[in-house]
Design a protein around this ligand. Structure first.
Ligand SMILES: Nc1nc2c(c(=O)[nH]1)N(C=O)[C@@H](CNc1ccc(C(=O)N[C@@H](CCC(=O)O)C(=O)O)cc1)CN2
Ligand SMILES: Nc1ncnc2c1ncn2[C@@H]1O[C@H](COP(=O)(O)OP(=O)(O)OP(=O)(O)O)[C@@H](O)[C@H]1O
Length: 183
């Protein structure tokens, strides 16, 4: 199997594992994961932080976004012509459903990625070398390529696998956080 095929198989396996976890479980674990994130120096020192608005099965970020958006400048991804742009988050009333039904900021003032000091990255799976794979569209790879920011991947423990088949364009994380460890 080539790397693309292996990634496809992993995506199916993780999607299957996600079905075993209720939203209640996800909310509880997400709170644990995000409390570990809050304890990192990278988070404490960051003023401008990119995060994502979660969909079911991902580490749930809504309470965290509400908690921090006044103390830090938060940005959320918006898909524009097959590229991710980071738009400032101005509160829950300023969101609209974008492609794939993910909530995105409605305003259009994208920030330069070089102005962001920390990017919280979602992923389908990560490994102990902090390699990451996503949903297979390369959106985050293309965004992270242009960024010097600290990149922190967050996921549930069941999304940590032995080895993500990393390809030349995959950008590794600086830190990966699950409910039971910080890698
Ligand atoms: N919460 C969140 N926001 C994000 C991302 C993400 O992974 N999570 N993205 C990271 O790139 C971008 C959106 N990328 C996406 C890429 C593909 C699919 C997708 O293929 N959806 C399938 C089924 C869902 C699945 O893969 O399980 C579909 O709609 O048919 C969804 C989002 C930007 N915003
Ligand atoms: N830096 C890049 N420049 C151009 N194309 C890229 C780049 N990175 C990835 N791609 C393209 O995107 C496709 C998907 O890549 P990959 O499977 O690594 O996505 P992913 O990491 O799972 O997705 P995502 O980053 O959206 O979460 C690749 O086949 C590649 O052609």
């Amino acid at each position: 199997m080539d790397k693309k095929e292996i990634k496809k198989t992993i995506r199916k396996e993780i999607a299957h594992l996600k079905k075993n976890h209720t939203m209640e479980w996800q909310e509880k674990m997400s709170a644990l994961i995000l409390s570990k994130l809050e304890e990192t120096d990278q988070f404490r020192n960051a003023r401008s932080i990119a995060i994502y608005h979660a969909i079911p099965g991902e580490v749930q970020t809504e309470s965290f976004i509400n908690k921090w958006h006044k103390a830090k400048q938060l940005y959320l991804p918006v898909i524009e012509n097959d590229f991710l742009k980071l738009q400032p988050y101005h509160g829950p009333d300023n969101l609209k459903a974008g492609v794939f039904g993910i909530l995105e900021p409605a305003s259009n003032h994208p920030v330069d990625v070089s102005d962001i000091s920390l990017i919280i990255v979602p992923g389908v799976a990560f490994d102990k070398n902090r390699n990451r794979m996503g949903r297979g569209k390369g959106y985050y790879d293309k965004l992270l390529k242009h960024s010097q920011a600290c990149k922190i991947g967050i996921c549930y423990e069941f999304q940590l696998i032995d080895e993500v088949p990393s390809e030349s364009f995959d950008v590794p994380m600086d830190v990966v956080i699950t409910e039971s460890k910080v890698i």
